[in-house]
Design a protein around this ligand. Structure first.
Ligand code: ZN
Length: 249
């Protein structure tokens, strides 16, 4: 089975469509790691599209909670908070309800798990090996997909007890990179963010996991950033959020 893994779409319909066009039919099922909304302009479009794609499993993100009013974005920075309140005003009632009922991670799919933040806390950021180790040792499975940081890559716990970062290299023109999963190691894999990458590469990020071939294929897809930025300006979303899309940070 090949799973298309979507994470941190953040109301960026232009980026999501570029991803779907790139991947074509090279997958069997879809997984969504949360943050369908927040930051971006296409609140209902992105929600509608994910509903239509009908992921076989999905978990909620902190922006899905804040945008749908399940939580108050008191711990968000001012720009993110403004976008969360704006998102709440835009959501149609059916999409608001859809976001509110998204499950809390971890969710189990076959022999792996998906989470938004980490295995122990859906809102925890896993940026470093020390945080990754907690999830890798806590999980009941040896493969976990996570989002939230908007950094494509992840971590591997070797048999020796060492935690290593998955490092990806993107020479010009290259759009995909394959990772072969070792059977005697545990993995925490981040497909990257579709709608607001922060790892220095503005291209939309996603991954495809093939459980038969034991591979994770990471992808980076260019999309028309200017179109999303223009839509953001039109509805007066905060300028720093508009600018960071072009920088990928
Ligand atoms: Zn996010």
């Amino acid at each position: 089975m090949r799973y298309l893994i979507l994470s941190d779409i953040h109301s960026n319909e232009s980026a999501l469509e570029a991803v779907l066009a790139q991947v074509g039919r090279r997958y069997d099922e879809i997984l969504c790691l949360g943050d369908i909304v927040g930051y971006g302009p296409d609140v209902n479009e992105a929600s509608d599209r994910v509903r239509e794609l009908a992921p076989v499993a999905l978990v909620r993100g902190n922006h899905d909670k804040a945008g749908s009013g399940l939580t108050d974005p008191t711990d968000f920075n001012p720009a993110a908070r403004a976008a969360a309140f704006w998102t709440r005003e835009q959501l149609r009632p059916d999409n608001l309800e859809y976001l509110r009922q998204l499950p809390v991670g971890p969710a189990r799919v076959g022999d792996f798990q998906i989470v938004h933040g980490s295995v122990r806390d859906e809102d925890e950021y896993v940026f470093h090996a020390r945080e990754a180790r907690v999830s890798l040792e806590l999980a009941e499975v040896s493969l976990i997909f996570f989002g939230h940081t908007h950094f494509q890559g992840g971590f591997v716990l070797r048999n020796s007890g060492r935690v290593e970062q998955v490092r990806l290299h993107w020479p010009p023109g290259v759009v995909s990179a394959k990772l072969v999963l070792a059977t005697n190691a545990r993995y925490l894999i981040n497909p990257g963010s579709i709608g607001q990458p922060r790892d220095g590469d503005p291209r939309a990020a996603f991954a495809v996991y093939d459980d038969g071939g034991h591979t994770v294929e990471y992808w980076r897809v260019p999309y028309d950033v200017a179109v999303t930025q223009e839509r953001m300006r039109k509805v007066s979303l905060p300028t720093p959020l508009v600018e960071r899309l072009a920088a990928g940070r």
